[in-house]
Design a protein around this ligand. Sequence first.
Ligand code: GAL
Length: 655
Amino acid sequence: MKIRNIFNRLLLCAGVMGLLGGTVACNYLDIVPPEQVDVDDAMENYENALGFLYSCYAFSKNNSVGELPYGNYLSEINTTADDILNPHAWASDGSAARILLNTLSSQNAPDYWGHNYNGIGQCLLFLQKMDECQILERGVIDAATDREWRAEMKALMAYYHFVILRRYGPIAILEEKLPLDAPQSSFPGRYHFDYCVDWIVNQLDEAAADLPAKRDVAYMGRMTSTICKAIKAKVLLLAASPLYNGSFPYPDFKNTNWETPGYGQELISHTYDASKWNRAYAAANEAINWAENQGDRAIYRGNEYINANINLDDLYIPGGASDEFKAAVLRMRYLHYACENEGNREAIMTTIPDALTTQWFACFPKKIMQLNNGNMLSGYSGHNPTLFAVTHFLTENGLLPENDTDFTPESDWYKSAGLGADGADRDRIINLCVGREPRFYAWIGFDGGDYSLRIKDGEPVRLNMLDKDLQGYNTSTRDNSVTGFMTQKFMPPVMQIAKTNTYVGYVAPSRAVIRLAELYLIRAECEAQLGMTDEAIRDVNVIRERAGAKPLTASMIGAGGMSLLDWVKNERICEFFAEGKRYFDIRRYVEGDKYLGLGKRMGLNALAKENPSFEEFNQPTRLPYNYTWANKLYLYPIQYGDVYANPQLVQNPGF
Ligand code: GAL
């Protein structure tokens, strides 16, 4: 059996969650202990107590109100940046449309703030019950477990605080449960961002000292010192980034009746401090060393395709490719599917998606084949790569298409590459999709190319994005690719659907919230910021080399207007395509207008009419929606009720 992580077991502790149900749905400060008897039952023996402990993790799942690294296919974080977009009608199913259309308000914003504080409350409740129920003294757990569980709660609470900080900016720090009769005037307000960072980092350092560096595969997902160090690197990267390091666009954002010790009423610094990059660098460096040594983590370089008996000839790469190149394509497809016990040790922190329809189905093209029962097999056709994503994957030469003099000139990108001799439909492949790096072919689906390897009863789907009765725009459904491209990052690599509608080869993805590759690119970013050119190039090339892409060289820096920092940022665009990182990366660099302003989201001309001609379809086109940007979207609005309940809490600017 493939074991992903402890979250698979959360179902087992559903009973405990039921007992504690009263803590889940309330205001974030309103952490009311449920009936004592029930909670105390939950601490009665080791199994129950462990189930209670697991329940504290439940708030970090990718559910519709939690922080969503990726996994929920309607999530704002996944689908409101500039790498993928969903069909427009879906956006209104969640809050994505409110971000895209700038109609988000403190009235209609989902309460991620409260959700994550409830997670913190659950941890505090667990700690309280460890004491009250005397589980150490009664021998329910031993001293080592007692120490570990306390550290685990500390780490988890630090993580929840980080999750709130990343989305909302300065946060209230919740270290102990407020008494039920606490007056409103005693509720904590928001602390200066840098103070929050120091507090979170300190908690992580303390927790790391009492946690194991790695866990048995059956316990993956639980906090480790390796996770603590990785989160610390992420926190400090955020803190060093322009948004919080001198470039926050609202100079007047301050507390009114609450002060942070040592900072007064200021909430975000307006002065650049270069040493924040040194601090982030040191944390990234330590996290990588720890992960690779004590934590047993490694960049995934496996070739699971061999076990799956994949014949490399079956993988179509327009223009042809070496076996080595094809192996890299498959490796990048397996990255999110190969398990720990298959040798994939890249995941540092994992989670699971919520019960919403699985993400692969949301990306899956429509009208794949007729099933024996007469129905058409159709996915939802979402997560459509934008032209921005498509044009920022590297070329075969490791450059951007626009700067690569060996690559087709931009004037011919949208013309046929003339590959008709490769078979029917191949003549529709455009030049932009020929001569690209392995990750492009691993994760992007394009007209005339192949989607997956065996999904269609053992065969790939040869995409036809023009024909309304195949994958093309069809007015009878809301499931149309808005850009003309498809995502195949979330497809189990060898999944096969038979005409009987039975699935073979489905495995759940690994859902790494943090993987080792991210730490390398965090360190590279710090190095680029600190002028450590050779080191930054080396770290970027760890990622490129694993992906089978050409290395970054010193001569590429500066060429085509690409600074070293631009290259590092571009590497994040490629490596983390569709993983929800762009949402934060754009905000960290205060680049909302640049990337998300009105008219920035582009695709092919995929929505103009049914059955367009090749020429009509293959034109760079602005999406026909008023997707836009406003600076207030740098920080998320705190729900009205939370601000109302706490006079110390100031709302974010613009809301
Ligand atoms: C469902 C609909 C699907 C797809 C999906 C997207 O309600 O039946 O066709 O549009 O929403 O979330």
